[in-house]
Design a protein around this ligand. Structure first.
Ligand code: FES
Ligand code: FES
Length: 168
């Protein structure tokens, strides 16, 4: 056992765990954030996807000790009230069927749109191919990503710096 500090959803947590424990176990069973799901356990299905420093990562296949230096974001951390544009688009298009894969799908979609705010169908398929859906919701996922993309693109941008108001 070791004392490991994790930064999850901007909160620092100190866990007393086996350093080799999969990050997914730590997130779900130790921290209690159960939005991230266990599917295959071998980095093949994407159900356990979280972000490590913004990059979509299969948490079932990362030792908890390897995540200690990263900023971890789970599905619970992408918005306060479930109102991230991707989450809203998922509802609008009624994407989930059984729902089991959807937390991982959303995490991959959020990461994709950060990297590429206006992805083509082909780019969506490439980015999302590691997320398996046994219910076959792929078409709706693609539509929802386009809707979220449009919402994000239409949102007013924050100015990079506040203009200085001074004497002439
Ligand atoms: S549970 Fe991690 S990829 Fe399937
Ligand atoms: S919605 Fe059932 S596995 Fe994707």
């Amino acid at each position: 056992m070791a004392s490991i500090k994790l930064t999850i959803n901007n909160q620092v947590r100190t866990l007393d765990v086996d350093p080799e424990m999969p990050l997914l176990w730590a997130i779900r069973d130790v921290v209690g954030l159960t939005g991230t799901k266990f599917g295959c356990g071998i980095a093949q299905c994407g159900a356990c996807t979280v972000h490590l420093d913004g990059a979509p990562t299969r948490s079932c296949s990362v030792p908890v000790s390897a995540a200690a230096s990263s900023k971890i974001t789970t599905i619970e951390g992408i918005s306060k009230n479930g109102d991230h544009p991707v989450q809203k688009a998922w509802i609008e298009h009624q994407v989930p069927q059984c729902g089991y894969c959807q937390s991982g799908q959303i995490m991959s979609a959020v990461a994709l749109l950060k990297q590429n705010p206006k992805p083509s169908d082909e780019e969506i398929d490439t980015a999302m191919q590691g997320n398996i859906c046994r219910c076959g919701t792929y078409n709706r996922i693609r539509q929802a990503i386009h809707t979220a993309s449009a919402t994000i693109s239409a949102a007013p941008k924050m100015p990079k710096s506040t203009p200085k108001i001074g004497k002439r």
